[in-house]
Design a protein around this ligand. Structure first.
Ligand code: PRF
Ligand code: ZN
Length: 373
């Protein structure tokens, strides 16, 4: 049995939306799914028990950060990332490719890999397909991501072509050294905003036969319409019996559009990042808790939400905590936002199973206010 398998439960005939189940060595979870981000082996402010209780089946962590600190040897010594952080659900680790490439001037790319300076102490470091695989094997994540280059936007055709070809060669090298039978390696489609390069990337990766595929290089500053066009073009060519993961995307509107285009997995720092800014996510849009309108609003953040914050505290109280800079306020917002997205994905999945995804989407678009309210 491969470490990671995908079971298709239902596909919406009108769109590409799918409901499924992904099986991993650390349990199975329903798809489409949103993965909370725990960059440094911790989802900021939220305990593993709380993650479990809110229904999270899988979280994401980062090779780049754990490689720099505390180092993957220590995590291996601890018995792997699951043990180290006391999380027994599934873990996906990103490869470091994206984080290293966000460093700008601090890095140098060659065929071999990427030399860069640590953002922590400025020391010189090197990541490559082989190093990334070794680190991810030390971490023992269930889903391992290939080491890729996320092409910046905009990028000219020649750069995108050369970069995408190198990412494909890197994927081959990842595959050769990722030997753990308990971990599944996903390929990452790149190609910038060029359809022919995306097609080529898909074909070459599918030829290598990964247990899952990610769509990388999107949500990098391009207009949303262009992102959806690239997404549609890419997903349509991916195998139907494997999971598809749209990297770094997690606002409610993008989740609905992503699912409509046939995506099964998402991750984003958005819910926890805006929580720490004092913002609550709701079915009607965002609530900026500092606003005066909540001063004596004794309703929960969202009527009908079953999260710890909504079961026990009012908007007025949370507004007070945020204004007084009490960390508990930000923690309550993180718990609410993450639970909101779990419920959001669950409702979306139910609508696919009950053949009313189109109605779900129309309803969502009618009620969702894009700006902060
Ligand atoms: N590659 C990797 N991680 C990522 C991305 C990518 O292209 C993105 C792009 N949105 C987010 N995270 N390895
Ligand atoms: Zn809530």
């Amino acid at each position: 049995m491969p470490a990671i398998t995908y079971e298709l439960i239902k596909q919406d005939p009108a769109t590409g939306a799918r409901a499924g189940i992904i099986h991993t060595p650390h349990g199975s979870f329903p798809t489409p799914i949103f993965m909370p981000v725990g960059t440094q082996a911790s989802v900021k402010g939220v305990s593993p028990e709380e993650l479990h209780d809110m229904g999270a089946g899988i979280i994401l962590s980062n090779t780049y950060h754990l490689f720099l600190r505390p180092g993957s040897d220590l995590v291996r010594e601890a018995g792997g990332l699951h043990k180290f952080m006391n999380w027994d659900g599934a873990i996906l680790t990103d490869s470091g490719g994206f984080q290293v490439f966000s460093l700008g001037d601090l890095r140098k790319i060659t065929e071999e890999g990427v030399t860069f300076r640590s953002h922590i102490d400025g020391s010189k470091k090197f990541l490559s397909p082989e190093v990334s695989m070794k680190v991810q094997m030390d971490l023992g994540s269930d889903i391992v991501m290939a080491f890729d280059e996320c092409i910046p936007y905009p990028a000219d055709y020649d750069y995108a072509k050369a970069s995408t070809a190198r990412t494909t060669r890197w994927a081959q090298r990842c595959k050769e050294v990722m030997t753990s039978p308990h971990q599944g390696l996903f390929g990452i489609v790149q190609g910038g905003m060029y359809k022919d390069l995306r097609t080529r990337s898909v074909n070459e990766l599918v030829e290598m036969d990964f247990p899952g595929y990610a769509v990388g290089g999107l949500s990098v500053g391009e207009p949303k319409e262009l992102m959806y066009e690239m997404l549609d073009h890419t997903v349509e060519q991916l195998p139907k019996d494997k999971p598809r993961y749209l990297m770094g995307v997690g606002t409610p509107d993008c989740l609905v559009e992503g699912v409509m285009h046939g995506i099964d997995m998402f991750d984003c720092v958005f819910p926890t990042r805006v929580a720490r800014n004092g913002t609550a996510m709701t079915w009607n849009g965002r609530l900026v808790m500092k606003n005066a309108e909540f001063t004596s609003d004794f309703r929960p953040l969202e009527e009908g939400c079953d999260c710890y914050a909504c079961r026990n505290f009012s908007r007025a109280y949370i507004r007070h905590l945020v204004r007084a800079n009490e960390i508990f306020g930000l923690r309550l917002l993180s718990l609410h936002n993450l639970r909101f997205l779990q419920r959001f994905m669950h409702e979306m999945r139910q609508s696919i199973i009950e053949e009313r995804f189109g109605e779900f989407r129309r309803n969502f678009l009618d009620n969702y206010n894009y700006g902060a309210k």
